[in-house]
Design a protein around this ligand. Sequence first.
Ligand SMILES: Nc1ncnc2c1ncn2[C@@H]1O[C@H](COP(=O)(O)OP(=O)(O)O)[C@@H](O)[C@H]1O
Ligand SMILES: [Mg+2]
Length: 380
Amino acid sequence: MFTSGYKGVRAIMSDQTIIRFEQVTKQYDDQTTVLKSVSFEIERGKFYTLLGPSGCGKTTILRLIAGFIEPSKGQIYFNGKVINRIPPNERQVNTVFQDYALFPHLNVFENVAFGLRIKKLKNADITAKVKEALRFVNLEGYENRNISEMSGGQRQRVAIARAIVNEPEVILLDEPLSALDLKLRTEMQYELRELQRRLGITFIFVTHDQEEALAMSDEIFVLNQGKIEQSGTPNDIYDEPINRFVADFIGESNIVAGRMKQDFEVEFAGRTFECVDQGLNPNEPVEIMIRPEDLEITKPEQGKLQVRVDSQLFRGVHYEISCYDEAGNEWLVHSTKKASVGEQIGLYFDPEAIHVMRFGETEEEFDKRLDAYSEGQDEN
Ligand SMILES: Nc1ncnc2c1ncn2[C@@H]1O[C@H](COP(=O)(O)OP(=O)(O)O)[C@@H](O)[C@H]1O
Ligand SMILES: [Mg+2]
C-alpha cells in the first residue's frame, strides 16, 4: 500500500524524499492534457517503475524530471527545491533512452567519457571513472571496441555505464529493455536490479510490461491517461488493485458486477457470499474481482459457484480453464487439475479471495478502507 509521505494536502517530506511532484499538469497545446495534476514522491535509493499502456504519459514524466520539458502547472521538487526551470545539465539526473542514443562513431570508452569531457575533467580522472563504470556493468576490456561491434545487450550496458559515470542521484530508464529478445531481456532485468542495489542510486524505470514491473520494482506507479491510478509495492498492487483498470492491466482477473448487501456480505452471479469488506453503503453497486489462481475446481455440489467448462488450454505450469456460470459470467481458472470441456464443475474460493472495488474511489480512500480491515484482523 502507498504509505510514503505525500498525499494531496498532507505534504510531509521526509529526508528520504528525493523527487516530489505536486499537482503537475502538462499540456502540449490547449487541447491535449497529457498529465493531469499528478502528485507523487520518490524516495532515495529505491527502484521505481512507471507502468502503463502506450501514450499514458510515462515518457512525459521522465522528460519533466530530466528537464527536457517544463510543467504547465504544479511544482517539481528535487531535494526539497523547486526545479521547474532548471536546465537538464544542472540536474543530478541521467537518462538511459530506449534506443540507447550512443554515438556510433565513438568507441565504448569515448561514449562513456562523453559527459565527463564536457565537464572538462582531467584525463586521468576521466580514465579512472570510465574504467570504474565499465567494471560495474561487466564491460572491462571493451574500451576500444566500436559500438557497431557490440551486441544489443552490450550496447545496453554501455548506455548504463554512460549514465552512472556522472554519478547522478537518479537514473531514468525509458523502456530500455524493449528492443531485446525475451531471454536477454530477462537476464538484463536481473542485471539492472542487481546494479541498482549495488549502486544505491534511485532508478526510475519505464515499462508497459506488467511482469517486468512486478519482477523488478520496489514501488510501481500504475498510470492511465495521464493519471496515477495506483501506487504501491508489486504485492500491494497485485493483491489489492484499486479498480478495474489496474486489475485488468496487472495479471489476469475475473471481474463481475456486484452489490454490497451489508458489511461482510456481497452479492454477485445471483448469490450472496461472505467477504472481508466493510464500511461500504448498504446495497452499493460494486465490481468484484477474483484472481484465476484463487478459484479451486470442485465437484459441483462443493463449489460456491456452479459453472460449465467452455474451453481449456495447457499453459505448462497450469491449465487455463474458461467457464460460464448460469448468469452468463465468464470465470477464468488457473488450475493444476485438468477439466473436460462441457463438464459441470464447482468453483470454490475463500472470502479473502473476493476483492470488492468501489466505483470512483480515490487511492487515499482505498488505502484507508484496507487499513481498517487489517486493523480489524489484528484485534481478533
Ligand atoms: N511534443 C508533443 N506534442 C504533443 N503531444 C505529445 C508530445 N509528446 C507526447 N505527446 C502526447 O502525450 C501523450 C503521452 O505521451 P508519452 O508520455 O510519450 O506516453 P508513453 O511514454 O506513456 O507512451 C501521448 O498522447 C502523446 O501523443
Ligand atoms: Mg514512452
